[in-house]
Design a protein around this ligand. Structure first.
Ligand SMILES: [Zn+2]
Length: 149
């Protein structure tokens, strides 16, 4: 790291600690040339998330598109707009924390379903029917029976 005081290229790290809830590392550095101290921060680079679809094609993660699907599932249920916003944030946090920046669409579906299940049964089953591609009424009945247990 180039020293901001004398442009020297050499420095040593004198202190290093986690900050911002563990999302960053703060390093105190001391210039070998002039002994001035300065601070650097290190973050994880959040690369854009790529979704691998069922047919194997890839597309960038599309938050508005997923939000639309969740809104449809929650239509006329007790799930509030705030609940949906929070759900989206949780899903994004879950996906953002992954080291691998490619995720299968069914994994996103599972994450949403897991959260929706705690919010509203109807919204959950509606969403599950799209993601798991229910073929007939039997699939619905099976899902509902599992919910009841
Ligand atoms: Zn210096």
């Amino acid at each position: 790291m180039r020293c901001p005081y004398c442009n020297n290229q050499d420095d040593k790290v004198v202190d290093s600690r986690a900050c911002r809830d563990g999302q960053a590392i703060r390093r105190r550095r001391e210039c070998v040339g002039c002994n001035q101290r300065f601070t650097t921060y290190e973050y994880i680079e959040h690369a854009p998330l790529t979704v691998i679809k069922r047919d194997g094609t890839r597309e960038p993660f599309d938050r508005p598109k997923l939000q639309k699907k969740i809104e449809l599932a929650c239509y006329k249920t007790s799930v509030s707009t705030d609940d949906m916003e929070e759900l989206m944030d949780q899903v994004e946090a879950d996906l953002g924390n992954r080291a691998v920046k490619e995720v299968h669409s069914h994994h996103i579906g599972e994450v949403v379903m897991e959260r929706l299940k705690t919010l509203n049964d109807v919204a959950y089953v509606r969403f599950a029917s799209v993601y798991r591609q229910f073929k007939d009424r039997q699939d619905f009945v099976r899902e509902l029976e599992q919910l009841a247990n």
